[in-house]
Design a binder for this molecule. Structure first.
Ligand SMILES: [Zn+2]
Length: 117
């Protein structure tokens, strides 16, 4: 179910677990529609996308502040339906240098900046 209640998932990409390639370990990118204000989110970094644990993450709409924690099971289920949703672990890949939620980088350029109130 792409409808999480507050968001509608359009695209999910993340690293697969090294033990179970069908399970999401860490999200890299989520494209979703906010069901409150219908803004499209392209979330890859905090604060729009914050990885919690075991593939679970919190999505936050930059426009209206709508926010929801979504389980890893739901993301895994969704990503499994997409051919390229899960990025297989690679032996030679660099260890995920756990940058933590402090990494603040602007995501994809936004056409509309959220209005300051
Ligand atoms: Zn919103």
């Amino acid at each position: 179910m792409p409808n999480t209640g507050l968001f509608y998932l359009l695209e999910v990409a993340g690293d697969a677990d090294s033990e179970d390639p069908h399970t999401l370990r860490r999200l890299r990118f989520v494209r979703a529609e906010c069901l409150l204000c219908h803004t499209l989110l392209n979330a890859s970094t905090a604060p729009a996308l914050v990885n919690v644990a075991h593939g679970a993450a919190v999505l936050t709409c930059a426009h209206c502040g709508n926010r929801q924690a979504i389980s890893g099971a739901r993301f895994s289920d969704f990503a499994r339906r997409l051919q390229r949703g899960l990025i297989p672990p690679r032996e030679d890949a660099l260890p995920a240098a756990a940058p933590g939620p402090a990494e603040v980088m602007p995501a994809a350029p936004q056409r509309h900046k959220p209005q300051l109130r």
